[in-house]
Every structure is written in C-alpha cells, then in structure tokens.
Design a protein around this ligand. Sequence first.
Ligand code: CAA
Ligand code: NAD
Length: 284
Amino acid sequence: MAIKTVGVLGCGLMGAGIAQVSAAAGFKTYSLEVNEEVLKKGLGRIEKFLTGGIEKGKVTAEQKATVLGNLTGTTKYADLKDCDLIIEAIVENVEIKKQAYAQLEAVIGPHCLIASNTSSLCITELAAATKRPDKVGGLHFFNPVPLMKLVEVVRALSTSQETFDALYGFAKAIGKEPIAAPDRGGFIVNRLLVPYLLDAIRCHEEGLGTVEDIDNGMKLGCGYPMGPFTLLDFVGLDTTYYIANIMFDEFRESRFAPPPLLKRMVLAGHLGKKSGKGFYDYSK
Ligand code: CAA
Ligand code: NAD
C-alpha cells in the first residue's frame, strides 16, 4: 500500500507536529482546521519550531523549505480528496471524531486509510463508525511530536493486517520508533502515565507538597525530564481531563478518575501552557 499524500485533521498541539514530521519526511501533507484563524496559529507553530531549530543548529534552511514546500493548510475537506492516509488529531471527543470521519468519507477515495491519534478512545468504536473498518487504526504520537521518538500503532478488532503494516511502515518512514499497542484505553504508555499524573494532583490536593516541590522531587530525584505539573500543563489540562474520564469509563478504577481540582481548573479555563495558565503562570 503506497502512501504518498497525507491529510492531518486538526492543527493543534499534536496535529501541527504530526503535519510537520510528515512533510519533513517528503510526504505531500494537507493540514485541515476548523477556520482560518486556528489554522494560521497552528501553521505558525510549525514555522516557529523550524526557525528555533535553525537557531539551535538542529534544522537546516533546506529542511525548513522542504517542510513548508510539502505542507498545505486548508479548511476544506474537499482538498483531502487525493490522500492515501488521514491522521486525525482533533479534540478528544468520540462524537466529534465520528462526525469528522463522516465528512471525510464523503471526499476521500475507498483506498484511503484513517488513523486516529487519540490518547484513550476505543479505536474499534471509531473504526465501526466508518464504512471502512478494516482500513482504520491508531497512530498515537507523543508531545512534542518532532522530538519524541515513539509512535504506538494500534490495531482495532477490525483492522486488517495490510492496514496495520502500512501504518507501522509509515511511522518508520517518518523516522519514528513504532511499537504495537493493543486497543485498550490509553494503550501502553498512557495506561502507566495517566494514573501517575492524576496521583500528583491528588497528592498536591492532600497537602503533600507544593506544585514546585513535587515537580522538583520527580525531576531531581528520579531524573524525569519534566515534573508531573509541568507535563500536565504541557499536555493540556482539558485533554488530560477528557482522557481521565474516558479511561475511568473503560476500566472503572479510581486511579483513572479525574481529581476534583483538575475538573475545576478546566471549568475555569486554566488549560495549561496553551491558555497561558495552568498549574504555572505562562502569561509573561
Ligand atoms: N528544532 C529541532 N530540535 C530541537 C528544537 C527545535 N526547534 N528544540 C529543541 N530541539 C532539540 C534540542 O536541540 C535537543 O537536542 P539534543 O538532545 O540532541 O541536544 C532536544 O531537542 C531537547 O531540547 P532542549 O534541550 O531544548 O529541551 P529539553 O532538554 O528541555 O527537552 C523535552 C524538552 C524533549 C520536551 C523534554 O522536556 C521532555 O522529554 N519532556 C517530557 C515530554 C513527555 O513526557 N511527553 C509525553 C507527553 S504524554 C503524550 O504525549 C501522550 C498523550 O496521549 C497525552
Ligand atoms: P488541541 O486542543 O491542541 O488541538 C485540537 C485541534 O483540533 C484544535 O486546533 C481544534 O480547532 C481542532 N479541531 C476540533 N474539531 C475539529 C474538526 N472537526 N476538524 C478539524 N479540526 C478540528 O489538542 P491536542 O492536544 O492536539 O489533541 C488532539 C488529539 O491528540 C486528541 O485526541 C488527544 O487526546 C491526542 N493527543 C494529545 C496529546 C497531548 O500531549 N496533548 C498527546 C498525544 C495524543
């Protein structure tokens, strides 16, 4: 199955990174957003990363030109008609994802594969909502996409071996290290990471330590690159809240239940780095 043209739904934190690495690897890549304003912001994030990479001596001007040359931003599904693979990276909500797949299937060809970057949703349910359940799987990237090597390749009950192989091959072609992961809420990494992040919030709520002390504890004591609160702000508190609810619903275990403080921070619009305020203040 030859993949030449890739469409990425959503140009947020993850979609922008996925579109960037796809274009950098030579795939003609379309990045679709809900409106021009959000699209411009997402494409701006890619430009900023590449410019920062040049300043750090990690990216060449030619590499930047390759990415920008292979990348087309759009707000129209019709522009995705020639894609061989769609990677969906929109909000962590099953109904919104299903609606997007219906719009997508009205324009894409019958051969086109669909992969969701969902953190926690059931890939089999997403696949069953399409007319091509054998051609749907999961490609779970990690944030920040251009720097994190891992991709979990997820097989739904309906995913064909040919589709799984094509998704695995695509992950390798863009320079990532793929691992096969089962279609269980949170796959492998989030099954371990999400309870840890939620526990950090619970510990803080119980008065175990300040945000800074807990972060420093895990950074300096365990060698983690970021403490749990810095990572929560980085992932997005809204996304973490959606993931926790989905995983709690899947496993019915209290370790996946979102702590009350997380819910209230999301309701208050404190979404982390992307909104300028989360456990830390980014307004300056
Ligand atoms: N272009 C190219 N390279 C760049 C770059 C750029 N714009 N910016 C940074 N880099 C390179 C640096 O040069 C450096 O390379 P070397 O190691 O070769 O020197 C490397 O990237 C690290 O960059 P920095 O030194 O500037 O930054 P750092 O050391 O603070 O690391 C980080 C940043 C990689 C994000 C690190 O903090 C980290 O690994 N954090 C944890 C991230 C994590 O856990 N992600 C998973 C989130 S969970 C998830 O994604 C799943 C989900 O479903 C929620
Ligand atoms: P985000 O909020 O940064 O971006 C989501 C983007 O999707 C927004 O820009 C929004 O405008 C767009 N969008 C919403 N509905 C759309 C539609 N119908 N069509 C096109 N675009 C639409 O979120 P994110 O952090 O990038 O997360 C996206 C997906 O990736 C989620 O499924 C999430 O669980 C998953 N994920 C997130 C992380 C992370 O660290 N944040 C890591 C791995 C996977």
